[in-house]
Write a protein that binds this ligand. Structure first.
Ligand code: DX5
Ligand code: ZN
Length: 210
């Protein structure tokens, strides 16, 4: 299979010490930095937006993996043109997903599409050739520290069969146990927030490189 990419989620970091937190996970083997942007509308929580991402961008070489949990992403995508490497939009958040995918690409960014736990793979079936990464949500988005939903494992397997080459990211409740199950099912990019930031960053990141 593909090499495992570990993406610590900044949502679980110490917000009063962002620069240090980011440089630590970078030093200890993180590949991506997962950045959860929440608008208090698509999800019942507010996190941070592009000004914060622009402030931290010069302090790390990590790939900026921006997970947009916002309504009407088409109006906001341009805000991330100077800081994001990958922009992931939720299939449920836009009326014209194919157009939104093209919009992300028009900024020269890699494009991810996220699916909430109840959203079927059929939603993206005809767009798979235009997508770099599919994010299978393994919790309902909005908060860190929730429990992994095991029913997502067959969904990951099904997607891997459908698209053998695509990057499959999982996000929510990932630790060394659930991460392993997700990788066995076919995922290759593991997002982890509370698991990594609650312990020794080096050990935690290494424990996810299956
Ligand atoms: C949830 C976010 C996740 C979150 C994961 O809405 O998309 O990225 O930070 O947190 P953990 O790993 O603690 O479940
Ligand atoms: Zn996320």
């Amino acid at each position: 299979g593909k090499e495992i990419i570990v993406a610590p989620s900044l949502l679980a970091a110490d917000f009063s010490n962002l620069k240090k937190e980011i440089q630590e996970v970078e030093k200890f083997g993180a590949d991506f930095l997962h950045l959860d942007v929440m608008d208090g509308n698509f999800v019942p929580n507010i996190s941070f937006g592009s000004p914060i991402l622009e402030a931290i961008r010069p302090h790390t070489k990590l790939v900026f993996d921006v997970h947009l949990m916002v309504e009407n992403p088409d109006c906001l995508i341009h805000l991330f043109k100077d800081c994001a490497d990958i922009i992931t939009v939720h299939a449920e958040s836009t009326k014209h997903l194919n157009r939104t995918i093209q919009l992300v690409k028009s900024f020269g960014k890699k494009v991810g599409v996220a699916l909430n736990p109840s959203t079927p793979l059929d939603f993206i079936k005809y767009d798979l050739d235009n997508i770099d990464m599919v994010l299978i949500m393994t919790v309902n988005p909005g908060f860190g520290g929730q429990r992994f939903i095991p029913e997502m494992l067959p969904k990951i397997k099904e997607l891997r069969n459908l698209a053998p080459e695509i990057d499959i990211q999982v996000d929510g409740g990932i630790n060394d146990k659930t991460g392993k199950l997700a990788v066995q099912a076919g995922a290759n990019i593991l997002v982890a927030g509370s698991y990594i930031f609650s312990g020794n960053y080096k050990n935690k990141i290494n424990s996810l490189k299956f």
